[in-house]
Design a protein around this ligand. Sequence first.
Ligand SMILES: [Zn+2]
Ligand SMILES: [Zn+2]
Length: 337
Amino acid sequence: MEDEEDITQAYDNSHRAFLQAFMARGTMTFNQAQPILAAIFTVHDLDEHKNGNIEEEPEVTRPEQVTREDFESYVSAVSAAISPFDMEIRSTTHQVSKERVYSLINTTSDPMTQLATLRSAEEMAFVRRVIDAMFDRYNSPRMEVLCLDGMQANKLRTAPRNEDDGSGNGNGAGENGVGSLKGLKSSEVEQVLRGLVDEGWFERSRAGFYSLSARALTELRQWLVDAYNDADAGDAEWQRVKFCEACREIVTVGQRCAERDCCIRLHDICQEAFWRTRKERACPRCSTAWTGKHFVGERAVTETEAYQRGRRRSGRGGGRSSLVEDIMDEGEDEDEE
Ligand SMILES: [Zn+2]
Ligand SMILES: [Zn+2]
C-alpha cells in the first residue's frame, strides 16, 4: 500500500460512487463492499466501452469477483480524496466477528456532535443516558455488562427524578440546559434505538441487548475514556473503559480476570493467540488463574444460572421483562466483603 504507484490510479466516477455508498452507510466491511463494487465495476466497464476507451465487450462483475485488493485500493483512493475535507477512513477489527470494519469519520467535529446530527435535544439526552447506563450503571467490578436490553433502555426514556434539588435539572451528566426536557415516549425510544442500529452506532444482539458498535467504539474511543475513566488513577486500578491486553482496543465483549478489582481483559478473538505465547493461563498482572468463564458483556448476565433458569420459566407474561434487571441488581448485594 505504501507504493507510490498506487496513487497513479485515476480518481473517477467509480470512486465517487463508492464514496457515496460509504457515506450513506457510515461503515463498511469487505463483504458489504463486494456487491457495491461489483455493481460499480459493471457500470464503469459499460461506460468505458461506450466511450470507446476499452474495446472488449463489457462484462458483468459478480460480487465474488471483487477482491480484497480491489476493495483496499478503493478505500485508499477515497481516503486520499476526502482528506482535504477533514474526513478520514479508519478501520478496526470487530471484537466478536473479527471482521475489519471501515468507518468514515469527520475529523473536525467531535463524535458526539456527529451522533447528534439528525437527532433532537430530547433524543440526544436519551442517547446520553443510554451510554451512561452502559458504562456506568451496568458496568461495575461485579458485573461488567456494558450493554442493556430494550426494557432497561425504555426506563431511561425520561431523565431520572432523583437527586432533584428542586431545580428540575436532575441529571448532571455534564449537559447544559436539559432542565426543560420532558423525555421520550416508549414508541420514540424504539425508533431512536432502531436508528442507532441502522446508522451503525449501536448493535443489537440475538438476546436483545444493545451495545456500542465497532464504529462507535472507534469514534468514541477518546470520548469514552475522558467521560468514564479517572485520568489520575494508577495503572492497576479498576477503570470503566478497559482495553484488551492483546490488541489494545476497548473490550465491551470478552473475558476478564477472575480477580474482581484487576483490570486485565481479553477479547475472545484475541485470547487464543495471547495464551499461545505464554507458559500458563494466568493473569499477567495478578497471576490469578484465567478461567475463560468470567465474562465482559451480555454473557455476564446470560451465563448466570438465574438467567438460564429464568429463560426456562419465561412462559409467564411479564416475568422475563425484569429478569435482566433483577440479575444485575442481585449482583449489587452479592458477597460484599
Ligand atoms: Zn483484543
Ligand atoms: Zn488479574
